[in-house]
Ligand binder design. Structure first.
Ligand code: ACO
Length: 436
């Protein structure tokens, strides 16, 4: 099955560019929600010009039918369904199916998918040696990236993009096992095998927190909270890690390699790593007796590298709808597990002050998904260095859906941006002896 994304949403409108006396009329495309773009594919061949847009803030890299975001209005929808409805009524596996297949699953489809995922959670026994080879204090994110890349060495039979079914099931099934093993490895505890009697998030929590010498009962409320967190992170259109997955996949690299690259991109503190930075920031403020004002002054000071972590977003210029859902969930979880809400209080205080401060207001900086997710993870007992791994678990179906959409597009080409060269002009080689 291939789709023709290129011809979709073509309009009769055009935009003209005149350069050096030559004019070119460029097609205009319009999306479902009236987002409008100039198609510059013919710009260079007609005028010799390319465009330059550092950080791609104004560049649409593809047409996509998966996720819609309106950053000005704080809207997020997967395949047309509002995130608020999915968060309240759906489950992570249902959302994963929706993202990958484009429609909500029927009962039979969801049952079959859940069964397939449940029976593929084990890792090859030899995989234990892979974990043994890594240092004990390794951060779980590079461990997960390496482990997902290593899956490609166990499943080498090339699959066509149309039949990526087995790879998709393996990835979704084994990712929680890899994540929990990376944690158990870092604390020197024995690995806990997956249990087919448990649901997706229950199984993950069991592998994380169960120990062979004691019993561990998964709290259904906490399992549902993890499910909610995964739903909220499941896709976010062309962000840094998703663009990385598409970029790597565009070279015809396999899905394991593409997802491993996405995990590495997600690790960075300006992307998925921000949730870890938020908790570290809140703990620093707590240690300094809660001076939110002092921290905000540092975050606003251009000579200081501090930023208010968990605030600001390339796309959202109003409240991130995921942060609004998580803020509500925070109180419930903290009440359930009976931990101190000190960090939540500091976070809410920071938010309140920042949202009245002209620096943040004028730059349209609001809490993003990471601002409250870290507080919940901490209340759930998830260690700080696993926060970004939780994000990885959630984002996996989105990466898969985006990779498939790109590879099934009948016009897909390898991603290869251009540049404006600003280095030295041509110069002759100087022999070493003459260089002093
Ligand atoms: N604290 C203080 N100032 C900020 C912050 C912040 N968190 N975010 C942006 N600004 C300021 C910038 O200094 C800049 O100010 P200037 O115009 O005076 O130079 C202005 O706001 C615009 O910021 P940019 O960095 O240009 O915005 P960009 O879209 O490139 O970056 C980003 C977005 C990376 C998310 C940024 O807001 C940030 O660093 N936030 C903190 C990290 C974070 O929370 N990341 C998670 C993002 S969500 C996710 O990936 C899941």
């Amino acid at each position: 099955m291939t789709t023709d994304l290129k011809e979709q949403k073509q309009t009769a409108d055009t935009a003209s560019i005149t350069f050096n006396g030559k004019s070119v009329s460029l097609p205009v495309v319009r999306g479902t929600e009236a987002e409008t773009a100039i198609d510059i594919e013919k710009l260079r061949s007609s005028t010799g010009l390319i465009t330059i847009d550092p950080g791609y803030g104004n560049t649409g890299s593809c047409k996509s039918a998966i996720t819609f975001i309106d950053g000005e209005k704080g809207i997020l929808r997967y395949r047309g369904y509002p995130i608020e409805e999915l968060a309240a009524k759906s489950t992570f596996l249902e959302v994963a199916w929706l993202l990958i297949h484009g429609e909500l699953p029927t009962k039979d489809e969801l049952g079959g998918f859940t069964k397939d995922v449940t029976i593929h959670t084990m890792l090859h026994q030899d995989f234990g040696r892979f974990f043994d080879a890594l240092p004990k204090d390794a951060h779980p994110m590079p461990v997960c990236a390496a482990a997902v890349g290593a899956l490609a060495t166990y499943y080498q039979k090339p699959e066509s993009d149309q039949q990526a079914h087995d790879t998709i099931i393996r990835l979704i099934a084994k990712m929680p096992t890899i994540a929990a093993y990376s944690y158990k490895h870092s604390i020197g505890q024995p690995f806990i095998y997956p249990q087919n009697r448990l649901g997706y998030t229950e199984n993950f929590l069991n592998m994380m927190f169960s120990v062979p010498c004691d019993t561990y009962e998964v709290d259904p409320v906490l399992a549902r909270t993890v499910d909610l967190l995964l739903i909220l992170h499941a896709d976010h259109e062309q962000n840094c890690s998703t663009s990385t997955v598409r970029m790597v996949g565009s070279s015809m690299a396999n899905l394991y390699a593409s997802i491993a690259a996405g995990i590495s991109a997600l690790w960075g503190p300006l992307h998925g790593g921000a949730n870890q930075q938020v908790i570290e920031m809140l703990e620093r403020i707590a240690a300094e007796e809660g001076s939110a004002d002092r921290f905000l002054a540092k975050a606003k000071d251009k000579n200081d590298t501090a930023r208010l972590m968990g605030f600001g977003h390339r796309v959202y210029k109003s409240y991130d709808p995921r942060a609004a859902i998580l803020k509500k969930a925070c109180n419930q979880v903290i009440e359930r597990v009976g931990v101190s809400s000190r960090l939540l209080e500091i976070a809410m205080n920071l938010e309140e002050i920042a949202l009245k401060d002209d620096y943040f207001v004028s730059r349209k900086l609001y809490p993003n998904v990471d601002f409250y997710s870290g507080v919940i993870y901490q209340a759930l007992g998830i260690p700080v260095n696993m926060f970004t791994v939780m994000f990885t678990l959630g984002r996996l179906p989105g990466w898969i859906a985006q990779w498939l959409e790109m590879r099934r597009d009948k016009d897909f080409r390898i991603s290869r941006p251009r540049q404006i060269y600003v280095g030295s002009p041509k110069r002759p080689y100087v022999p070493l002896a003459a260089r002093g």
